[in-house]
Design a protein around this ligand. Structure first.
Ligand code: N01
Length: 512
């Protein structure tokens, strides 16, 4: 009998953790999922055109290669299908509790265990409301708090808690006056309202990040007229998508080395070209040139091109990887609006230059990214609240462990996001590390990272951050209100793999 493990969230992270526990013969885990199925972000984001701008073979588990990917860059349905297959193949379903939200977890020092409280969540896949219409000035829907049953909480004891809630799970609605006065339909990109028929309608899309870039082409095609409200232009590089023909798929299937070699090649390519650019290195100029060439090739109109040309260092915000976005913006039924939005009115969006009428407003305005593990309440030793410990910004040793919170492990935690490679790689590193901790737990009891280890980790991160492009020159979802980069990993992925190869006992305090 292994330790009892509570895993929170059934996306890539939670499923990976469950699979590795299962493979190790530890079936004493429970995977809590507040939505009504597995898949995490790939269950929530169903907007038209949703997909991944990281190649399929890299954006999947290294231990669960899938030879049937239909294209180089997978669409959302295909990724969701992959994750569902993984859950089925490894027999995880009986241990997954759907529609069950972890409300709080408190460490009981006497027992050396976590008291995990759950409540049944009631609405929809994402566990919260869908539309933006009822949200007055951005404070209402999409904060991940909805859907919790009143009362009816259950408490269970676990040795270990693994949070796998991700960084991009809570939609951000902007604070624009008058949002609830809008007479049409409105919703966030991650809570797509599939009952809204956009055919021939006047549509407004607010935001031009990666989600907007993916949904704008199909929306532009369906809509009568589309206004794209751009506050800041993004750097965009091409996405060389391609369908895998039968020969390629047969090669991946029957000659596994071809799949391994392909995966290794794209991994090294992403690492080599993009990481050095983010670190202000030799490839910055090349990447910038590639983006500007892409813009020039796809947008002939110099006035529109000027609007779309960023004036901050490339990589400072997440680079958009897309080849259909710019052509959609050049369509005759699409306007790129750069006038500042003043308010939402019943007829549409009012800017400094006047009202733009709309039947539907899509808020492609990103996520609440720097408030990690919200809205859960976690309490460690002496009842210390995790959110108090993190009041100046979330942080964790290796992005995984937090002082005073024994046997709590984080997947895709603070400072482990990438702007240049596959997050699945990072998750696998973290899961391997946590698996490496379990034998210590068995022999020496609950383990907790030492404050000194956290301090030296923080100093190393700060030193590495100095080189990175995210620090200055732009606002982004990578930074908290105080300007501290809480989300991104400033090193290379081979370095992270090395650092997380195995736990260093000297970095931890053990109960015995
Ligand atoms: O969100 P974003 P996203 N008024 O935060 C604008 C991942 N992802 O959902 O730049 C007007 O990037 C905001 O403007 P500005 C990926 O990591 C991956 O698109 O702040 N505009 C911006 O244009 C990505 O980075 C895939 O000035 C307002 C937009 O809204 C992350 O998810 C696919 C505003 C928000 O962009 C988030 O992407 C999709 C306001 N008040 C997403 N507030 C893959 O393919 C915000 N904006 C892997």
């Amino acid at each position: 009998m292994g330790p009892t493990v509570a895993i929170i969230g059934a996306g890539f992270g939670g499923l990976c953790m469950a699979i590795q526990l299962h493979k190790a013969g530890i079936d004493s885990y429970t995977l809590f999922e507040k939505g009504d199925d597995v898949g995490g972000t790939w269950r929530d984001n169903t907007y038209p055109g949703a997909g991944c701008d990281i190649p399929s073979h890299l954006y999947s588990f290294s231990f669960e290669r899938y030879s049937s990917w239909t294209r180089r860059y997978p669409g959302q349905p295909e990724i969701l299908d992959y994750l569902e297959r993984c859950a089925d193949k490894y027999g995880l379903r009986p241990r997954i509790r759907l529609n069950t939200e972890v409300v709080s977890a408190a460490y009981d020092e006497t027992l050396g265990k976590w008291r995990v409280r759950t409540a049944s969540s009631t609405k929809g896949a994402a566990g919260d409301a869908g539309g933006a219409g009822g949200a007055e000035d951005g404070n209402g829907t999409g904060d991940g708090n909805g859907g919790r049953a009143a009362g009816g909480e259950t408490e269970e004891l676990f040795d270990v808690v693994v949070s796998a809630v991700g960084q991009l799970n809570r939609p951000h609605l902007p604070e624009i006056p008058g949002m609830s006065s809008f007479a049409g339909t409105s919703f966030h990109s991650a809570r797509w309202d599939h009952s809204a028929d956009l055919t021939g309608k006047r549509v407004a899309v607010i935001g031009t990040g990666s989600s907007a870039a993916q949904l704008i082409p199909p929306v532009a095609e369906a809509a009568g007229h589309l206004d794209v409200f751009q506050r800041t232009p993004n750097w965009v590089i091409p996405k060389p998508d391609a369908v895998f023909n039968r020969a390629a798929r047969a090669a991946f299937h029957y000659l596994p080395f071809t799949q391994r070699a392909y995966r290794e090649w794209i991994y090294r390519y992403a690492e080599g070209t993009l990481y050095h650019a983010l670190a202000g290195g030799w490839s910055t100029g090349l990447l910038r040139k590639r983006a500007l060439d892409h813009l020039r090739a796809q947008v002939p109109d110099p006035e529109l091109r000027a609007k779309l040309t960023p004036d901050y260092p490339i990589g400072c915000k997440r680079v958009v990887i897309d080849s259909a976005f710019y052509p959609a913006l050049t369509r005759r039924n699409v306007d790129v609006v750069t006038d500042r939005i003043v308010r939402i009115v019943p007829e549409g969006v009012e800017t400094e230059a006047g009202v733009r009428e709309a039947d539907t407003i899509v808020y492609a305005t990103g996520f609440l990214t720097t408030e990690f593990l919200v809205p859960m309440e976690l309490a460690g030793r002496q009842g210390r609240r995790l959110h108090d410990e993190w009041k100046d910004g979330a942080e964790a040793y290796l992005g995984i462990a937090v002082p005073n919170f024994p046997n709590l492990f984080l997947l895709y935690g603070p400072n482990t996001n990438l702007g240049h490679n596959s997050i699945v790689f990072m998750i696998e590193c973290q899961v391997r590390y946590i698996m490496g901790c379990l034998p210590y737990l068995k022999e020496r009891g609950p383990m907790e990272v030492r404050p000194e280890a956290m301090d030296s980790w923080r100093r190393a991160l700060e030193r590495a951050m100095d080189d990175m492009v995210w620090q200055a020159g732009c606002a982004s979802w990578y930074k908290n209100a105080a300007g501290r980069v809480t989300n991104n990993w400033p090193g290379s992925t081979p370095l992270y793999r090395r650092l997380t190869r195995a736990p260093r006992p000297a970095a931890f305090r053990f109960a015995r």
